[in-house]
Ligand binder design. Structure first.
Ligand SMILES: C[C@H](O)[C@H](O)[C@H]1CNC2=NC(N)=NC(=O)C2=N1
Length: 102
């Protein structure tokens, strides 16, 4: 299934609404690094993000060591030939992740 890529204006709005996130992969993805008090806090966060990802059918690429979590969001279905592009699904995920953090 093919999904529309964000327009340039939509991408700019995403970045200005969520300044802790930055573009990666030449604009095909967006990423943020998180640091928690310890592994337990990081894992608790990852658990909550995992449930959101299942609900949205949209899954992060992520990396964890101890208290650090790095999340990269891209939509594979928006540009399967090149590995992904940003879509409205990524915007929803950023918003849901940010809402978790309060
Ligand atoms: C068939 C199903 O909709 C897809 O495989 C979903 C699952 N999770 C996904 N996650 C991400 N990040 N991009 C996708 O395109 C995607 N597609």
């Amino acid at each position: 299934m093919s999904i529309a890529k964000l327009t340039e204006a939509e991408r700019d709005a995403l970045l200005s609404d969520h300044r802790q996130w930055s573009l990666a992969r030449d604009g095909a993805a967006i990423e943020r690094k998180f640091a928690f008090a310890d592994f337990s806090e990081a894992w608790g966060f990852m658990n909550r993000v995992a449930l959101i990802a299942e609900k949205h059918d949209h899954h992060p690429e992520w990396f964890n060591v101890y208290n650090r979590v790095e999340i990269t969001l891209t939509t594979h279905d928006a540009a399967p030939e090149s590995g992904g592009a940003l879509s409205a699904r990524d915007v929803k995920m950023v918003e849901a992740i940010e809402a978790l953090l309060g």
